[in-house]
Design a protein around this ligand. Structure first.
Ligand SMILES: Cc1cc2nc3c(=O)[nH]c(=O)nc-3n(C[C@H](O)[C@H](O)[C@H](O)COP(=O)(O)OP(=O)(O)OC[C@H]3O[C@@H](n4cnc5c(N)ncnc54)[C@H](O)[C@@H]3O)c2cc1C
Length: 426
C-alpha cells in the first residue's frame, strides 16, 4: 500500500455511508483516504449490530454499491433475502470481512488507503476551504491534505470540529438502543411457537427459504395501545412476574441472523438519549446492559427455543438514531418528503416512512404514499465549498432525517457524492 499525504478525497468515518463513498470514489479513479476510528468497517451495520436493512422502494438510483454488498455478502454466506423481497438481511459480524473484501479488490485498492484506529485532531481552514487536517493514529500525528472532504461520521464530528453551523430547529429527541445478539436458539422450536401465535401476519412471521431450506423470522411488540401485537401478553406477563420492567415493553423486536441457524438479533432495549450530557448518556449504557440481562432471562423463560440461548454480542457502537445535523445548501423538510417533491439532482429515490422512536406511548410510524427524492444540495456544506456530509447527519429536519437515515439511503448518499466529486473535480 502506498502512503501519500495528498488525496482527492478524504472520508472521515468508515461506516454505512462512508464505505459506499470510499468504494465509489476509488472506483471512479479518485485518490481516496478512508479514516475510521474503530478497527473494523461498517459503523452501525457491524459495530451497532443494526440488521437487517429496512426495505425501501424498488428504484435503483445510486444502488450500485448496495447491490455489490448483497452479492458479496451472499458469497460469504452472510446474506439472506426475506419473503418480502428485502435482500438486505446481513450477518453483522461477517459483514466486517465482507466490507474489507469489497474495499481491497485490486481496482479499488489502487486508489484507496484505509486508516483504522485513527481520529481527527485538528482542521486547518482558509476562508471557505478546508486545506488540510491532522489525524491521530496511535499517538502518531499524521498531517494529510485533500481537495475534498466527506463527513461520514454520522454524528457530524468532523463538521463540528471545522466550525460548521449545526441545525437547532427543535428540541425533539428520540430514543437510542443498545442492540445485542443471542446464540444457541432452537429455530425450529421457536418457529412452531411463532406459528401457533399467528400464522400469516406481517410482523410476526417465519419464512423458509425454498432453495437452502434455511429458516428466517422476525417479530415485534411495542407498548402502543393502538396496535395489537401477538407477543404483548407475554411481555405483560414478564412485567407481572418481575422479569421485565414496564419500559422494556416499549419496543421489542427480533430478527434471525442471516447465514446462521441459531442466532437472533434484538433491536432493543431502548435507552434515553442524553445527547448533551455525557455523564447521563454513560449511565444509560449501564442501564442498557441491565435491560439486556432482563430481556435475556425473560426470553429464556417465556419463549420456546430460547431455553439454552447465550448472549454472544452486545453492540460496541451505541445505536444513536439522530445526534447532530449539519446546515447544508438545501434544508430538506418533512413536507418535501411527504409530498414526494422531485429534484433535478436527486441522490436517491425511497419510500421508507417517518420513524421517530419516541419516549412516549402511541407514537407510530408515518407511512409515505409516494417515493421521495433528496437533492444533492442537502449533502453540500453551507460553510465550506469542499466539504460534504453523508449519512444520518445531513441537513434535513428532524422528521425527514428519521426516514432518510435508513441504511440503503445512506449508501446511496455515499455513491451520489462520489459521482458529484468526480464530475466536478478540476
Ligand atoms: C438502533 C438503531 C436501529 C436502526 N435500525 C435500522 C434498521 O433496522 N434498518 C435500517 O436500514 N436502518 C436502521 N437504522 C438506521 C441506520 O442504521 C443508520 O442511520 C445508518 O447506519 C447511519 O449510517 P452513517 O454512515 O451515518 O453512520 P455509521 O454507520 O454509524 O458510520 C459512522 C462511522 O464513522 C466512524 N466515526 C465517527 N467519528 C469518527 C471520527 N472522529 N474519526 C473516525 N471515524 C469516526 C464510526 O466509528 C462509524 O464507523 C437504525 C439505527 C439505529 C441507531
Amino acid at each position: 500500500m502506498s502512503y501519500t499525504n495528498k488525496y482527492d478525497v478524504i472520508i472521515i468515518g468508515g461506516g454505512t455511508s462512508g464505505c459506499s463513498c470510499a468504494y465509489n470514489c476509488s472506483n471512479l479513479g479518485l485518490k481516496t483516504l478512508l479514516v475510521e476510528k474503530n478497527n473494523f468497517l461498517g459503523g452501525l451495520m457491524t459495530g451497532g449490530l443494526v440488521v437487517p436493512i429496512m426495505k425501501s422502494s424498488a428504484t435503483d438510483l445510486n444502488c450500485k454499491y448496495y447491490n455489490l454488498l448483497v452479492k458479496t455478502a451472499k458469497k460469504f454466506n452472510a446474506q439472506a433475502t426475506y419473503k418480502d423481497g428485502n435482500d438486505g438481511w446481513f450477518n453483522p459480524e461477517v459483514l466486517k470481512i465482507v466490507l474489507e473484501d469489497i474495499l481491497t479488490t485490486s481496482k479499488i485498492k489502487m486508489n484507496l488507503d484505509i486508516l483504522f484506529e485513527t481520529n481527527i485532531i485538528s482542521i486547518n481552514k482558509n476562508n471557505s476551504l478546508i486545506e488540510n487536517i491532522i489525524l491521530n493514529s496511535n499517538l502518531l500525528s499524521l498531517p494529510v491534505e485533500s481537495t475534498y472532504y466527506v463527513d461520514a461520521t454520522g454524528s457530524a464530528e468532523f463538521s463540528i470540529l471545522a466550525g460548521c453551523e449545526i441545525l437547532k430547529e427543535n428540541n425533539i429527541i428520540q430514543q437510542n438502543s443498545l442492540r445485542f445478539i443471542l446464540d444457541n436458539v432452537d429455530f425450529n422450536k421457536f418457529e412452531l411457537f411463532l406459528k401457533s401465535l399467528d400464522d400469516d401476519e406481517n410482523i410476526t412471521n417465519t419464512f423458509r427459504d425454498d432453495i437452502s431450506n434455511t429458516l428466517h423470522f422476525t417479530t415485534a411488540s411495542t407498548w402502543n395501545d393502538n396496535e395489537s401485537w401477538k407477543l404483548d401478553k407475554y411481555l405483560k406477563l414478564g412485567v407481572e412476574e418481575g422479569l421485565l420492567i414496564e419500559t422494556d415493553r416499549s419496543y421489542f423486536q427480533i430478527f434471525s441472523v442471516a447465514g446462521t441457524n441459531n442466532k437472533v438479533a434484538f433491536n432493543c432495549p431502548r435507552i434515553n438519549n442524553y445527547k448533551n450530557n455525557p455523564f447521563m448518556a454513560s449511565n444509560e449504557l449501564i442501564e442498557a446492559k441491565k435491560a439486556i440481562w432482563r430481556i435475556y432471562n425473560f426470553v429464556k423463560k417465556m419463549f420456546p427455543g430460547f431455553e439454552n440461548s447465550q448472549i454472544c454480542n452486545i453492540a460496541t457502537q451505541t445505536g444513536i438514531r439522530e445526534q447532530n445535523r449539519v446546515k447544508t445548501k438545501y434544508y430538506y423538510t418533512k413536507d418535501d418528503l411527504i409530498s414526494g417533491k422531485k429534484f433535478k439532482n436527486s441522490v436517491l429515490s425511497a419510500n421508507y416512512g417517518i420513524d421517530v422512536h419516541s419516549q412516549n406511548k402511541n407514537c407510530s410510524m408515518t407511512q409515505v404514499k409516494k417515493n421521495y427524492e433528496l437533492p444533492i444540495d442537502t449533502l453540500i456544506s453551507n460553510d465550506f465549498d469542499n466539504l460534504f456530509i453523508i449519512g444520518k447527519a445531513i441537513g434535513a429536519d428532524f422528521y425527514a432525517q428519521s426516514a432518510l437515515r435508513v441504511q440503503k439511503s445512506c449508501m446511496s448518499m455515499g455513491e451520489a457524492i462520489a459521482k458529484y466529486i468526480a464530475q466536478n473535480k478540476n
